[in-house]
Design a protein around this ligand. Structure first.
Ligand SMILES: Nc1ncnc2c1ncn2[C@@H]1O[C@H](COP(=O)(O)OP(=O)(O)OP(=O)(O)O)[C@@H](O)[C@H]1O
Ligand SMILES: [Mg+2]
Length: 553
């Protein structure tokens, strides 16, 4: 038995941890955690920026995802190492908080840890490094706010700049103008004015996707889309000024739960039985028609015969709509979902200007446009293949989020690594005045920020050292927004990013710096890793022995 899970007390061996538990302590634990986190950072680094590459991820069942989104890459990678998992988590948090910067946060955290490693080598204790990082983070946030540019949320030009910067790093960058405009229109439609400004819930924008056509056919729909067709060919395919009944019970003859037996002896009895069924269905349709509804959206099934009667009455009907879509429809059209047809009245009906079935690829979908509630908007994404529309959906999500970020907190900074360079340069000057070894940590922190412009340069095929030297010189001369001009080639690699219109929301940069520093500090504070034996699911994780499940490049 190893000393990891036993102790000797008074000459007696005492079992403390279960057999199979692995443990590593002190420097060994720290180093392997840092190593694992750095591997993760290196993996996503090549996908940073407009010239970043995409990753193809193949899941256990063979599902393929092609993406450049940091959070998605790390989600799809089957990460085992606990410290590496923390990196994936911080990326996910960044995604849910601000929607963009999920690659930057991981790259930055990796660099913070690399710098810390150098300091650990100089025998500086990790608590001092963590303290220095904390001081530097607070100061960095202060500098960020100092240089941020206030904008008006209604300033469409600026919103466009920000949205285009975000989508220009993605596969959909060829249609960046269209995508930016769609994202802006969608967010401005769902934005709600409050006393303090605006609030936006990006979930109010429904995103539907269908492979086919080209990305340029992506459109904004002022209303909702149901991926269902009109149930009967005899029904109208389009109803204008539609009054809509929302029903969550089946328009069918109820089946009894137990087996019943009916004895039919004469043909007339059989006919009477069938007539009765017909009458019941007809009665149901009559009740719907009596309410004045011209469109029926049903959460359950609609009997064939009932479909026929509905068609005769000129009602457009859709069946088996999901509960969540029913709720969205109720909110959008102002209608009430009824369970009992007897209670259905004209007041329960929703309203939309236009309900129409359209052919989307091989399918027919029903569009409900011009709803009573103007907050209902959808984006219909089109694109060559299912992989393209999936990635387009993720990128549009990023665009919607950055627009929301600015509408809610109207401050921007310029991108292309310029903001990181400026904050780094100010931090270095400030850190020189710090007393104690925290000074070294703070300088390390400042230098780590330069990893963003360095990675942007490297991914654009430029020499990161040359670019950094030039950037430092420019920032030294007071060029706040000097950044990496990825498309410029070797001669023209440093330019004023603000002049080029490459802007990003302040909140994204704040979140990236804050979260990266937090996760790095958390990993640095760990000096003991005790990993339980995994319960019969294959070999136990080797704990801090190194990242498992993937290989470093
Ligand atoms: N045209 C451009 N020239 C130079 N840099 C740019 C340009 N457009 C965007 N960038 C920079 O690219 C970086 C963002 O890259 P990317 O979108 O790949 O990663 P992310 O935003 O950190 O993560 P993700 O988008 O995966 O959540 C930002 O630093 C941004 O300023
Ligand atoms: Mg991005």
């Amino acid at each position: 038995m190893s000393e990891a899970y036993t102790a000797t007390i008074g000459g007696q061996q005492v079992l403390i941890l279960k057999e199979g538990t692995s443990r590593s302590r002190g420097k060994e634990a720290q180093r392997s955690n840092i190593m694992a986190a750095k591997v993760i950072a290196e993996t996503v680094k090549t996908s940073l920026g407009p010239m970043g590459m995409d990753k193809m991820l193949v899941a256990g069942f063979g599902d393929v995802t092609i993406t450049n989104d940091g959070a998605t890459i790390l989600k799809e990678m089957d990460i085992q190492h606990p410290a590496a998992k923390m990196m994936a988590e911080v990326s996910k948090t960044t995604d849910s908080e601000v929607g963009d910067g999920t690659t930057s946060v991981v790259v930055l955290a990796g660099k913070f840890l690399e710098k810390a490693e150098g300091l650990l080598d100089q025998n500086i204790h990790s608590t001092i490094i963590v303290d220095g990082y904390k001081l530097a983070t607070d100061k960095a946030l202060e500098f960020l706010n100092e240089i941020a540019i206030p904008v008006k949320p209604e300033n469409r030009e600026m919103l466009r700049n920000v949205a285009m910067t975000t989508v220009s790093t993605k596969m959909i960058s060829e249609s960046k103008e269209l995508m930016a405009d769609i994202a802006i229109d969608a967010v401005l439609k769902v934005a709600q004015k409050t006393k303090e400004g605006y609030t936006v819930d990006v979930d109010d924008v429904k995103v539907e996707k269908k492979a086919g056509e080209s990305m340029n056919e992506t459109e904004l729909i002022e209303g909702l889309i149901l991926d269902k067709e009109v149930v009967h060919s005899g029904m109208p395919k389009r109803v204008q000024n539609a009054r809509i009944a929302l029903i969550n019970s089946a328009i069918e003859i109820e089946k009894t739960e137990f087996t019943a037996k009916i004895n039919i002896e004469k043909p007339e009895e059989m006919k009477a039985f069938l007539d009765e069924e017909e009458r019941t269905l007809k009665g149901m349709v009559d009740k719907i028609a009596a309410s004045g509804a011209k469109v029926l959206i049903c959460q359950k099934g609609i009997d064939d015969l009932a479909q026929h009667y509905l068609a005769k009455r000129g009602v457009l009907a859709v069946r088996r709509v999901s509960e969540s879509n029913m709720e969205k429809l109720a909110k959008a059209t102002g209608g009430k979902i009824s369970a009992n047809l007897d209670d259905l009245t004209a007041q329960d009906l929703g309203y939309a200007k236009n309900v129409e079935e359209r052919k989307i690829g091989d399918d027919k979908w029903v569009f409900i446009e011009g709803c009573k509630n103007p907050l209902a908007v959808s984006i219909l994404i089109r694109g060559g293949t299912s992989k393209v529309v999936d990635e387009a959906e993720r990128s549009i999500h990023d665009a919607l989020c950055v627009i929301r970020d600015i509408v809610q907190r109207p401050y921007v900074v310029a991108g292309g690594g310029s903001v990181e360079m400026e904050v780094a340069s100010r931090l270095k000057t400030w850190a020189e005045k710090l007393a104690g070894k925290e000074q070294l940590a703070a300088i390390g922190f400042a230098e780590a920020l330069e990893v963003i412009p360095a990675a942007l340069a490297e991914n654009a095929g430029l020499d990161p050292v040359n670019v950094l030297v030039e950037l430092r010189a420019q920032h030294g001369k007071g060029e706040t927004w000097a950044g990496v001009y990825a498309e410029g080639g070797v001669r023209d690699s440093v330019k004023n990013m603000a002049k080029l219109g490459i802007y990003e929301p302040l909140v994204v940069k704040e979140q990236v710096i804050k979260s990266a520093s937090e996760v790095a500090s958390m990993i640095l504070r760990i000096d003991d890793v005790i990993a339980a034996k995994s319960g019969g699911m294959g070999p136990p994780p080797r704990g801090p022995g190194g990242p498992e499940g993937f290989e470093a490049e």
